[in-house]
Write a protein that binds this ligand. Structure first.
Ligand SMILES: [Zn+2]
Ligand SMILES: [Zn+2]
Length: 334
């Protein structure tokens, strides 16, 4: 079968590998239709996240069951794969927090992933995708699940005000999820076209990073935001999140920060008695809720897809992920 591997840091290779035979007990074979590329894949390809080589990349997918297991979705059904590799028995798995499994891993990083025609996965990690979800929208369900996981960890109420810093794929999903909860959303980005899209997707106001404070103060009579979602992943926006949060507010750190040297406004953290949450990945229940939301028509996922290429154009697709003109980049496999 055709697949895309990273064979050494920076080296993307199209390869032909053996198809799964369907002989693994409890496993189903899934034929991929659409896969998504995200920042994690870019880091795996560059070598910033090391893997054992060669590795078939990819953890965001929608596909069709080719060979069903004894339990789980039958052959021919459209499915999402929960890409987490979990042990099911560690202390965190037993608490229903499989996203934090102590022995856990991710498809496309710790095992071969979905940038291939087929994959064999445990059938209990498959979730059916209803027909009302379009093919392009299905390619966003995995990312949506991680945003649902994050948003569920930070309860909001109708009438609350939230700031979303960074209007990439996840920022635009948070804008819609929060809007669904009756929250007034201020979307922040330098990009004019992303501001416009955020407005169309339900943001009550948009701002550049420089204007964010004044726009927010006007909306909240100077109180600040009940919730700030950091969806960029750098220290400067985490600092700004703390500064924009209201006294008693919450900061959802969704961007992945790995370093920083400027320091944070620590006194404000204390004085405002802020809650910081740093959610990671998603549980299978979060994916199920995301699928329900998508199927209900409450979210416009297609609006976030800017590029749709074939697997043969994987190199080009990886370039587009880094482009300021792109949001979600999908690849069709079959
Ligand atoms: Zn991803
Ligand atoms: Zn575990």
């Amino acid at each position: 079968m055709k697949c895309v591997q990273v064979t050494e840091p920076g080296q993307l290779t199209h390869a032909d590998t053996a198809e799964p035979t369907g002989s693994d007990p409890g496993h189903a074979v899934v034929r991929m239709s659409t896969v998504g590329i995200c920042g994690t894949d870019v880091k795996i390809l560059s070598g910033a996240i090391p893997v054992s080589y060669p590795r078939i990349m990819g953890h965001e997918m929608a596909g069709v069951v080719e060979m069903a297991a004894r339990s789980g979705p039958p052959t021919g059904r459209r499915v999402l794969i929960d890409p987490a590799i979990v042990c099911g028995t560690c202390a965190l798995c037993r608490k229903g927090r499989g996203n934090l499994c102590l022995e856990g891993g991710l498809l496309g990083r710790d095992a071969d992933g979905v940038f291939a025609e087929y994959i064999s996965v445990p059938s209990h990690r498959l979730l059916e995708i209803p027909d009302s979800v379009s093919g392009a929208a299905a390619g966003l369900l995995q990312v949506l699940g991680t945003c649902v996981h994050a948003q569920r960890s930070a309860p909001v109420f109708p009438g609350d005000t939230a700031v979303v810093l960074g209007l990439g794929v996840s920022g635009l999903l948070f804008t819609q999820l929060l809007r669904q909860c009756g929250v007034t959303v201020v979307g922040v980005t330098r990009s004019e076209w992303k501001q416009e899209l955020a407005r169309r997707l339900g943001a009550a106001a948009v701002a550049t990073p420089g204007d964010a404070r004044s726009v927010l103060e006007e909306l909240t009579e100077g109180r600040g935001a009940d919730l700030v979602v950091e969806a960029v992943g750098i220290e400067a926006t985490l600092s700004q999140s703390i500064e924009l949060a209201a006294v008693g507010g919450e900061v959802l750190v969704f961007g992945t920060l790995t370093s920083g040297s400027q320091g944070l406004p620590y006194y404000q953290l204390y004085f405002k008695e802020l809650t910081l949450r740093n959610p990671r990945a998603a549980t299978i229940d979060d994916y199920a809720r995301g699928i329900e939301l998508a199927a209900s028509g409450a979210l416009d996922l297609e609006a976030i897809v800017t590029d749709h290429l074939g697997l043969a154009d994987a190199s080009e697709a990886f370039e587009r992920v880094k482009s300021p003109d792109s949001l979600k980049v999908l690849m069709s496999i079959t």
